[in-house]
Design a protein around this ligand. Sequence first.
Ligand SMILES: NC(=O)c1ccc[n+]([C@@H]2O[C@H](COP(=O)([O-])OP(=O)(O)OC[C@H]3O[C@@H](n4cnc5c(N)ncnc54)[C@H](O)[C@@H]3O)[C@@H](O)[C@H]2O)c1
Length: 444
Amino acid sequence: MRISIIGSGYVGLVTGAGLAEAGHNVTCMDIDDARIQRLSQGHSLLFEPGLDEMLSTNIVRGNLKFTSSMQAATEHAEVMIIAVGTPSSEDGSADLSHVLAVAGNIGRHLRHASLIIVKSTVPVGTCDKVRCAIQTQLDMRHETIPFNVASNPEFLAEGSAVKNFMNPDRIICGVENDSSETLLREMYAPFNRNHEKLFFMDVRSSELTKYAANAMLATKISLMNELANIAENVGADIEKVRRGIGSDPRIGYSFIYAGPGYGGSCFPKDVRALSHTALQHGLEAQLLNAVEAVNNRQKAHLFNLIRRELKDEFYGKNIAVWGLAFKPNTNDMREAPSRVLIEALLDAGANVHTHGPEAKQEGLELYGELSGYHAHDDPYQAASGADALVLVTEWKHYWIPDFERLAELMEQKILFDGRNIWPQGAAVRNGFSYHAIGRPSLPA
Ligand SMILES: NC(=O)c1ccc[n+]([C@@H]2O[C@H](COP(=O)([O-])OP(=O)(O)OC[C@H]3O[C@@H](n4cnc5c(N)ncnc54)[C@H](O)[C@@H]3O)[C@@H](O)[C@H]2O)c1
């Protein structure tokens, strides 16, 4: 099939590369010229395992091309996929300006019958607006070109995006007629061979399914963080509680880790947007609002633990921070918990020494101008001379630190394990005091 992807960021690129890998003839379009130049050479500048390889292979095979021309993208395709960003507006609603700008552009350039798929995460009713924006442009051109709009939200997780796209759990499709269903079935046939993964439903239910999934996952995280705070205050250990409840198959083990709060480009904005949608319909989404409030409080939790241990004395103190991205295997720092911590530490007058695999550059772009911010290439270099070491993101190579080496390097032996993964016994044996989320602190 001839497919154009409009918006070549995380989702657009993975979708484009994945569909090309499956044999489709794909053109990825973006308004960012510099990005298109880089992508044409096979460089995504995203740290996403397997992505650059898949880009290069399919560029060489000739079934993946890049353009910044909307006309070229529209002429190329029988199916167009909108994958531009939908960031939070100030009032928490999803900003649809990019999606609707793309829809208007499609209407301006459409020459033949097409299926327009909305893959961006959008509030219920957006596909209707997309249809309207395209039709308005066609009417202005006095053209009658048949087109359909379908919803096909994306569920990939950064860090395993290529794997998720190539081997999805489910593919949600919101359609309004059989012809859209036929095209979506054809497009996804290579991903649907082993067993049925396609779920067809009405457009509004499909749009809501994406928000429902993220709201459910964010709720699990905030509930666990709430329980962790209770555990911390009553002298219980949330890790033991986690294992105890996870063994119940009705609860399960996934997404029940206490930590420094959720971040990234999806959960925070999607929880806010869903709450805003509810409000527009006269409903107060009390639970969603609480999920967000708990998360905001949790993002400040590590700083509060450090403040308590350092007795509010931050001037001249060196704090080492391991992990910058909002989760492992990505360089994405959007709404990352590390940012709240780093900003609070810098505000309090501390020197912050960071190590972030793959996100050093992103950290420097945010804080490089600030004199207290220091980025390191090696985690032990970041910890050298530190008064405390804080683990924020659980990259695999932080899991078992060399405590002996840290004990020699650090000025004060204080550890904050923001992911509850370090072996407490080894830390204490090496003279460290150990502080974690929802677990009793252990003195040195
Ligand atoms: N990142 C994720 O993990 C993830 C997962 C599932 C769903 N989503 C959703 O997918 C959508 C895209 O997210 P993303 O993370 O890929 O965003 P992104 O910011 O990485 O990429 C968006 C791209 O769209 C381009 N763009 C903006 N306006 C354009 C226009 N008018 N024409 C052409 N290109 C334009 C931008 O230049 C940018 O390259 C969002 O709605 C997001 O919520 C994201």
